[in-house]
Design a protein around this ligand. Structure first.
Ligand SMILES: NC(=O)c1ccc[n+]([C@@H]2O[C@H](COP(=O)([O-])OP(=O)(O)OC[C@H]3O[C@@H](n4cnc5c(N)ncnc54)[C@H](OP(=O)(O)O)[C@@H]3O)[C@@H](O)[C@H]2O)c1
Length: 185
């Protein structure tokens, strides 16, 4: 597999930036057979996933995802949005729990000096961030699989209409890695 990272494709813009990273199947599911994303992602996606983590100031994740994906502490500080930290994260020094209105939570993260915020989902949190107009960019991997079933799409919650502009599209072994920018009018 060729190295996908390091050529600037996933460099962060200057200033405050909220980037979201998701993987889906070709039929649009954010969950594989086991109800998690691990069964639809692949080595190509994992390579970019780790690059995005490595270069972020902070990881933002919903409690549902932290629970379902059995999140563990990362070298990058983590903010879990929800009302209870999963056991695997409970004692980590660089993980904290936060709840409340999302604009205030994001402003608080900026005030701590974190500019590059990487949100790893899940769909409920992404729906909330989009509704609040807080998302700048969506990194979306489309893995070459069809999975059917009842899997969630990447956005959950009330209907939205968020226009996007394609910033870049990389193909590797049939996997599509897109960077979509939220259009600001
Ligand atoms: N394919 C992918 O790339 C990908 C990425 C992420 C997740 N997923 C999948 O998505 C599924 C989880 O979906 P989900 O929608 O339940 O995940 P989620 O958004 O991570 O978690 C939902 C929970 O997060 C908390 N939360 C979210 N928004 C909040 C807000 N505005 N204010 C306060 N708390 C908020 C609440 O926690 P409390 O219940 O504690 O209040 C809520 O129950 C899992 O199966 C996971 O594998 C897939």
């Amino acid at each position: 597999m060729r190295t996908l990272v390091g050529d600037g494709t996933w460099d962060w813009p200057q200033g405050h930036w909220l980037r979201v990273n998701f993987v889906t199947s070709v039929d649009g599911s954010a969950q594989g057979r086991d109800g998690r994303s691990g069964s639809i992602n692949n080595d190509v996606d994992v390579q970019v996933f780790h690059e995005l983590r490595r270069t972020a100031d902070v990881i933002l994740v919903g409690a549902g995802t932290a629970r379902a994906e059995e999140y563990r502490p990362s070298a990058t500080p983590m903010v879990v949005i929800g009302h209870e930290l999963p056991a695997l994260l409970a004692d980590a020094a660089n993980v904290r729990l936060a709840a409340g209105p999302l604009p205030e939570l994001i402003a608080g993260i900026h005030a701590e000096g974190h500019h590059r915020i990487l949100c790893e989902g899940g769909p409920t949190l992404l729906g909330g961030l989009l509704a609040a107009g807080l998302v700048d960019e969506l990194c979306l991997t489309t893995a070459p699989h069809l999975v059917g079933g009842p899997g969630k799409r990447i956005v959950d919650g009330p209907s939205l209409d968020v226009p996007l502009t394609l910033s870049s599209l990389v193909e590797q072994d049939g996997t599509l890695l897109a960077r979509w920018l939220v259009s600001r009018s």
